[in-house]
Design a protein around this ligand. Structure first.
Ligand code: G3P
Length: 221
């Protein structure tokens, strides 16, 4: 399963990329707005740092605007995937951009039928938002199971990119289902890294080493 970071925060992107954890990045207008500044600078920098797919989202809601923005976004790099919303115009833009060789991520997917239609339109990725379904009392992960079954039945090449992930258990569940990608807020990736027993174990190792050193001050590793 691939791991993308769901952020426009350059510091987080650099930190996790240096650990070799990132296969790609997803952004959206809300994440850009959270960072402030000029989003162009962020888009330029992110596409330079990350070799894998970087999803950059259009803000037009009609077809021609999406096409113009999609082509402009693609100029930031060959690794840019144009993100369009799951609307009739979004699917039309998905079809056209994909036919021109520009990969598309269809976002704001909340039902299996929306995922099926986005795959039919040629999307490289569909982005089902599981946390937002959980928020309204539905089972977001059930949607991932349904999409996985449908895509497997018909051998769709479209990848399932699980989005709106809120905690590490979501990641384990998505991996067990066989989702292709999870896109993680930096806070969730940080939580995945740590375990209280790792912390305690390391503290004990270091304390024992200090005891050994007390009798042999010159030892070094
Ligand atoms: O990638 C989509 C994601 O950013 C949405 O997450 O937490 O706003 O539902 P959230």
């Amino acid at each position: 399963m691939k791991i993308f970071l769901d952020t426009a925060n350059l510091e987080s992107i650099r930190t996790f990329n240096d650990m070799g954890l990132l296969d790609g990045i997803t952004t959206n207008p809300s994440l850009m707005s959270k960072e402030g500044g000029n989003p162009k600078d962020a888009m330029e920098e992110i596409t330079k740092i990350i070799k894998g797919d970087v999803s950059l989202e259009v803000v037009s809601t009609e077809y021609s605007g999406m096409m113009e923005e999609g082509k402009r976004l693609r100029k930031y790099g060959d690794n840019v995937v144009v993100k369009v919303p799951m609307t009739p115009d979004g699917l039309k833009a998905c079809k056209s951009l994909s036919s021109e060789g520009i990969p598309v991520n269809v976002t704001l997917i909340f039902s299996p039928n929306q995922a099926l239609l986005a795959a039919k339109s040629g999307a490289r990725y569909v982005s089902p938002f599981i946390g937002r379904l959980d928020d309204i009392g539905q089972d977001g992960m059930h949607l991932i199971k349904e999409i996985k079954e449908i895509f497997s039945n018909y051998n769709f090449g479209t990848k399932i990119l699980v989005a709106s992930i809120r905690h590490p258990v979501h990641v384990v569940e998505a991996a067990k289902i066989g989702a292709d990608v999870v896109t993680l807020p930096p806070a969730v990736l940080n939580k995945m890294l740590s375990h209280p027993l790792t912390k305690i174990g390391l503290e004990n190792f270091l304390a024992d080493w200090e005891k050994l050193k007390a009798g042999n001050p010159d030892i070094k590793i």
